[in-house]
Design a protein around this ligand. Sequence first.
Ligand SMILES: Nc1ncnc2c1ncn2[C@@H]1O[C@H](COP(=O)(O)OP(=O)(O)OP(=O)(O)O)[C@@H](O)[C@H]1O
Length: 316
Amino acid sequence: MPAIEIDALEKSYGDVKALSGVDLTVPEGSFFGLLGPNGAGKTTFINILVGLVRATGGTAKVFGHDVESEYQAARDCIGLAPQEFNVDRFFPIREVLAHKAGYHGISKERARNRAAKVLKRVGIYEKRNTRFDWLSGGMKRRFVLARALITNPDLLILDEPTAGVDVQLRRELWETITKLNEGGTTILLTTHYIEEAERLCDEVAILDSGRVIDVASPETLMNRGTDDIVVKLRDSPTAIPDLTSNDDRIVTVNLDGRRIVITAHRGGLVAPEIVRKLDASGHEIIDLEIKRTSLEEVFVEMTRSDERESTEMTAP
Ligand SMILES: Nc1ncnc2c1ncn2[C@@H]1O[C@H](COP(=O)(O)OP(=O)(O)OP(=O)(O)O)[C@@H](O)[C@H]1O
């Protein structure tokens, strides 16, 4: 059974269509990314899943439970680490966690144990008697993750979990959530750090203006972009060596003195061919570099061209 099953989901706020017919399936156990520019509808999508916003059309199910008609069952499967901090500020954080567990029907004793366990897991156990207000920004992020984990959720929703944190903490958070996913927790992640999605997600959906414009693995999406293979030769060829014959993956070849820049799809696979051909034609290679396109570049291109289309469509 899929962790999330969305069918023709719509949400309008007056004239604004935050979601206009989203279909999406997130398989159980996957690490799934939801990417999109500001205002694409990501938060609206998450808020519908957790019952904070009511859809104006379509259906959403979490582990088979409809998020409206079976709200409690659906909600009990989800741990949410929201973008904004909305935490009781005046209690020691271990108490905040124990309360939350109690609210979900976990006994006092077990709640205390679970609170200790999740605080250890995110690495702030030594701060257990501190109020939320007194934590550093990075610790607050960790705490919000701990709170999402307190009910041992099957689906963990992380809304920009590493926004504004330093590189070190980002890596630590990545490690923590990767372990959770390896342990079987399905993860839905939104992020503006596209590199984060590239590293962590096995599948991503690109959302733009309330529509899913693509769903694929980061690898598949990156293969749509072009890579640059930069070769430095010992000699300076007088003409561009013939590298393109029988290879439609190659887009352009440019010669600049001893440097040849080959722009190609799937640069990693094309490069050995290039090396062979140059070698066969008597050129000695002294340096080779493959600059892979990033998911970021493909993402920017996809969402930008979409914007262009929509302006063209609305142009008089
Ligand atoms: N309560 C609301 N009332 C009116 N419009 C809203 C409301 N919530 C969201 N919207 C609109 O719906 C659209 C989608 O917003 P949403 O917050 O879901 O986008 P997002 O992808 O999460 O953006 P961001 O990356 O900036 O967080 C936007 O045009 C936004 O202005």
